[in-house]
Design a protein around this ligand. Structure first.
Ligand code: ADP
Ligand code: ADP
Length: 216
């Protein structure tokens, strides 16, 4: 589903990615691990079109992401990819359901359909009783699950998560990780997860290990 070939990335003249290949299949949960500075976030951002490679290509199904620019890129990203970060980045003035709906409204989908799906997702994630709460009325684990629902609202081909459990205690971290497996089993959802969590990283279909800008 997702294929990256011979990716390189230089910052100024410093090579940060030195020829990385990645293939992720539909319904797979892939974790990316490696020491700090290995290039994991840079790789994830390039796979997610949040950053561009110095050379190499990223394909999602039959679309060359590296060739997309401007509004076409932003629109494709919003429709086909979901993102989860260490910090939830929820809008503080919006309720849980309003936060979840935002990418659906931006994509121009039917408002009632988006709202229905948002409720369904929040219920699936165990937040049916929290739809009208604002982020500061939710626990850390709940906030991150709202961010997961937001990532899923447009039924993305792939979800990219950068240290999604980095701000959670070990109990909530384990629960969030289990939720990714539930979503995979239920919806064939595909995940790429960058993580430092040594307990959770091995609990994946494949663990990719990076070192000094290369995939080991
Ligand atoms: P990881 O996620 O594995 O910790 P990163 O991808 O964040 O690694 O960083 C890889 C290397 O690239 C590090 O040496 C980092 O300092 C450097 N780097 C990351 N982003 C930038 C940037 N915007 N400008 C310059 N150097 C950067
Ligand atoms: P967790 O076990 O995820 O760390 P907390 O102990 O932080 O949960 O919160 C327990 C419950 O209290 C949660 O269901 C959460 O929704 C609720 N809660 C937490 N903070 C607030 C708040 N500021 N206002 C209202 N409810 C809150």
């Amino acid at each position: 589903m997702l294929t990256a070939r011979n990716l390189t990335k230089n910052y100024s003249n410093l090579p940060v990615l030195k020829g990385v290949d990645v293939t992720v299949n539909k319904g797979e949960i892939v974790t990316i691990v490696g020491s700090s500075g290995a290039g994991k976030s840079t790789l994830l951002h390039i796979l997610g079109t949040l950053d561009t490679p110095t050379s190499g290509e990223v394909w999602l199904n039959d679309v060359n992401l590296t060739a997309l620019k401007g509004n076409a890129l932003a629109d494709f990203r919003n429709r086909h990819m979901g993102f989860i970060f260490q910090f939830h980045h929820l809008l503080p003035e919006f309720t849980a359901i309003e936060n979840v709906c935002v990418p659906g409204f931006i994509a121009g989908h039917n408002k009632n359909e988006v709202k229905k799906r948002a409720v369904f997702l929040l219920e699936t994630l165990g937040l049916g009783h929290r739809v009208d709460h604002k982020p500061n009325e939710l626990s850390g684990g709940e906030q991150q699950r709202v961010a997961v629902a937001r990532a899923l609202i447009n039924n993305p081909d792939i979800v990219m998560a950068d240290e999604p459990t980095g701000n959670l205690d070990s109990h909530n971290a384990r629960e969030l990780h289990q939720l990714f497996f539930q979503l995979r089993d239920q919806f064939q959802q595909t995940f790429i997860i960058v993580t430092h969590n040594e307990e959770l990283a091995p609990l994946s279909d494949r663990q990719l290990v990076m070192k000094d800008g290369k995939m080991l």
